[in-house]
Write a protein that binds this ligand. Structure first.
Ligand code: ADP
Ligand code: MG
Length: 360
């Protein structure tokens, strides 16, 4: 035991938005992105449980923490949380943790899960704890959810830990079972930020949506909304209008994820585009989490000729994801940028070859 380095990727969710709340427990379909956070842990002389933490993304200055600390609402909490969770498996010595990352922070591609998964992985290696990737995902989630206090589902940690480049991870958030599906070699996954940060409304909007899903579940008398399918949609007519629309988004979005993997398997690009477009309309009209700047990006994409574009992430700001034929990716982005001068390209990737390497 002396030193260990590990990394984990950022992610984008291709389809399946707001389906993973505890009230809903549906499917999601994220994929890893070619941005990574690397964490190096090194055993130090000193009291067991002391942590010296440095991040190149935050000035590379050493921060002294202890595994027994309460959270301080500081970025080092993520590392303390991971170390604390890991200390249940192995007694941790004094440690130095060094972070570097090319993941854009707070851009909705989950720098936090990349950080936590890389940290748990590094501690797993250092302590030879032999945790498998699922366990690593669950521990990274526990650190972020229980210690840092972020009300997040487990999708981000699962895809950061188990995702494969160029493949989508179909995750059932009820059973936590998953399957990998190869993405098309000819598709570039484009992410464009609308230039408007998630504002305070994001937090309260999210809480409100959770409450609305809870109400829908109660009125429908079900355990989870995603246990309902196409044949149950008629039952929604008894609900008040707003609750009906919230439930309809969750149920249809879950069905769209399942249809999307069939379309992936069949190489049916038209169907994939229809489903992504329908996902956006449902988020905009039924779940009401879009904003005009995001709708404008989606409309621009349509004017260019790409229907497969939608709001990605929690909403009330943030980014769109679009699936664009790779030979049109550059032209698509210059068209979008011209019509939406405040937008920024976050990520563009396509596969280089069948060995799951990313193109530069
Ligand atoms: P997202 O996960 O979408 O990027 P979050 O708000 O969930 O946004 O997580 C961002 C937070 O995670 C940062 O504010 C910081 O506390 C922590 N974080 C992420 N990456 C790093 C890093 N490389 N170094 C230090 N802290 C990081
Ligand atoms: Mg996050």
């Amino acid at each position: 035991m002396s030193q260990f380095t590990a990394k984990a990727p950022a992610r984008a969710n291709i389809i399946g938005e707001h389906t993973d709340y505890a009230t809903n427990q549906g499917h999601v379909l994220p994929t890893p992105l070619p941005f990574h956070t690397t964490v190096s842990v090194r055993e130090m002389a000193g009291t067991a449980g002391r942590l010296t933490i440095l991040s190149e993304n935050y000035g590379n200055q050493p921060h002294e923490r202890d595994i027994s600390d309460e959270p301080r609402h500081h970025w080092t909490d993520y590392l303390v949380g991971c170390a604390r969770v890991m200390s249940r498996n192995a007694k941790l010595p004094a440690l130095e943790l060094k972070i570097k990352s090319d993941v854009p922070i707070g851009s909705g591609i989950s720098s936090s899960a990349a950080l936590c998964v890389a940290t748990v992985r590094a501690l797993n290696g250092l302590t030879a704890a032999h945790l498998d990737d699922e366990r690593i995902a669950l521990m990274a989630h526990e650190a972020e959810h229980d210690y840092v206090g972020v009300p997040c589902g487990k999708m981000d940690q699962f895809v950061a830990s188990l995702g494969r480049p160029g493949q989508a991870l179909l995750l059932n958030t009820k059973t936590m079972t998953y399957r990998h599906y190869p993405l098309s070699m000819n598709t570039a996954v484009m992410l464009v930020n609308c230039g408007k940060k998630h504002d305070l409304a994001n937090g309260s909007g999210y809480k409100q949506r959770v409450a609305e899903c809870t109400e829908a579940r109660r009125l429908l008398g079900v355990t989870t909304l995603c246990e309902l399918g196409h044949k149950d949609l008629g039952r929604l007519s008894t609900l008040p209008d707003l609750i009906r629309r919230r439930a309809r988004h969750v149920i249809t979005e879950n069905l769209r994820v399942l249809e999307f993997v069939t379309a992936l398997e069949e190489g049916d690009m038209e169907r994939q585009a229809d489903l992504i477009a329908a996902s956006h309309a449902s988020q905009r009209d039924d779940f009401e989490v879009s904003i005009p700047e995001i709708d404008a990006l989606v409309e621009s994409s349509k004017r260019y000729g790409i229907r497969a574009a939608r709001l990605v992430g929690g909403g009330f700001g943030g980014s769109i994801i679009a699936l664009v034929p790779r030979d049109q990716a550059v032209a698509w982005w210059s068209f979008i940028a011209k019509e939406n001068p405040d937008s920024q390209l976050i990520s563009t990737y396509a596969l280089k070859n069948s060995e799951n390497e990313y193109a530069a």
